[in-house]
Structure formats: structure tokens, C-alpha cells
Design a protein around this ligand. Structure first.
Ligand code: E4P
Length: 220
């Protein structure tokens, strides 16, 4: 399973990329708006991210009408070969996915909250579908179950659209994504940190180092 970071923060992206486990990045308009340097052009941010990470970088359109979506998508796709254009799951959005797929532009269909939406996105030719698990959990529905359903539907019909487990809230979501066979999980920085953490790892390391210190030896 690929691990993406869900952020537009360059420092976070650099740090996780240095850890050697990063496969890509997802951004969205809210994540971009959260960043300090609000004056920085969106295309410049996307290019900067693409130069740091060797992998797919999702950049979202803000248009909602077919022609306008196409216009923005083509601009974003030209920024770097690794850009995956993110388009919301709307009738005009899926129509645009079909057109863009014919042009070889890869699309991440975002804001997916049902298996039927995911089916339509795959039929339109989406490269990625993004079910928002955490936001369904937030309203008392089962986000993980949605990803299971999409996995089954895509396997039934051999759809190649990648399932990206989005809106990750905690490390257990990442385990669930891997158990289901999601292709990607996109995680906030703090969740990627949690993936490394176990109290027994910390306690075990302390014990090893304390015992070794009593020996007074060095490995050389
Ligand atoms: C996915 O690509 C989205 O950017 C993201 O996962 C949304 O997550 P949120 O529900 O934490 O905003």
C-alpha cells in the first residue's frame, strides 16, 4: 500500500520524505488555504512539492462547471508530470474525468461518500477514487465499510482505478486500509508519526541502551 501525506505544508512534506517512506502527496483547497504564505501562487506550491517527492501529487480544481474544470485541470496537469488533478464528484466533474482521461490526464475523484459514486468514477475513467472515511465516521456512519464495498466492486469488474483511503484520523485507519487492500492511504503528518510509535519500542530501546552503557564498550 502506498502512503501519501495529506498536506500542503512544505516542511512536513520534506520531513516525511526524508524518512524514506513517502509515496505521494494529496492537497485540497482547505489545506492550501491553511498555509502561512497565502500570497504564494498555487502552481508554485504544487511545483515545489513535485520537486521534493518522487510520486503522485494531487492538486485540486476549484471550478464546478465542465468547461471551467477542464480549463483548470489542463493548467494544473502542465505544472509537472507527477500532478494528478483532483476533481470533485459531481456530474460535470465526472464528465470532465472522461474527457481528461482521453487526453492522458490522470484524475483523482474526490469527496466520495458512497459506493455508487465510486462505481461512476471508475466508469468515467478515474485514476484514483478518494473515499473520505473520517468524515463518514464523524457523522456516525462506517467509513471503513465504504472502502470495503468499493474494493469489492472494483475487484468484481476489474476496474483499475486506485482506491485512496482519505480523511484518515488515526493510525488504526491505516491498518484498516491495508487489511482491506486499499491502494493508498493519505495521512496527516501526525498520523504518519503515530505509525512509528509503540510504547514497548521506546521502553525496549531504553533498556537496551542502559544495559549497554554498563558495559562501557563501543562498536567500532
Ligand atoms: C483527501 O485527499 C483529502 O484531502 C483529505 O483526506 C480530507 O481529510 P479531512 O476530512 O481530514 O479534511
Amino acid at each position: 500500500m502506498e502512503i501519501f501525506i495529506d498536506t500542503a505544508n512544505i516542511d512536513e512534506i520534506r520531513q516525511v520524505n526524508d524518512w524514506g517512506i513517502l509515496d505521494g502527496v494529496t492537497t485540497n483547497p482547505s489545506l492550501v488555504a491553511k498555509e502561512k504564505d497565502k500570497g504564494k501562487d498555487f502552481k508554485t506550491i504544487v511545483k515545489e512539492i513535485c520537486e521534493i517527492v518522487q510520486g503522485d501529487v494531487s492538486a485540486e480544481v476549484v471550478a464546478v462547471k465542465y468547461e471551467d474544470i477542464l480549463h483548470e485541470a489542463r493548467i494544473l496537469a502542465k505544472v509537472h508530470k507527477n500532478v494528478v488533478v483532483k476533481i470533485p464528484l459531481l456530474p460535470d466533474g465526472l464528465k470532465a474525468v472522461k474527457t481528461l482521461a482521453k487526453e492522458g490526464i490522470r484524475v483523482n475523484v474526490t469527496l466520495c461518500f458512497s459506493a455508487n459514486q465510486a462505481l461512476l468514477a471508475a466508469k468515467a475513467g478515474a485514476y484514483i477514487i478518494s473515499p473520505f472515511v473520517g468524515r463518514l465516521d464523524d457523522i456516525g456512519q462506517d467509513g471503513v465499510e465504504l472502502v470495503e464495498e468499493i474494493r469489492q466492486i472494483y475487484d468484481n469488474y476489474d476496474f483499475k482505478t486506485k482506491i485512496l483511503f482519505a480523511s484518515v484520523r488515526h493510525a488504526d485507519h491505516v491498518k484498516q486500509a491495508a487489511l482491506i487492500g486499499a491502494d493508498v492511504a493519505t495521512c496527516p503528518f501526525k498520523v504518519i508519526e503515530q505509525l512509528y510509535k509503540h510504547p514497548l519500542t521506546d521502553a525496549g530501546l531504553k533498556q537496551f541502551l542502559d544495559d549497554w552503557a554498563k558495559l562501557g564498550q563501543q562498536i567500532k
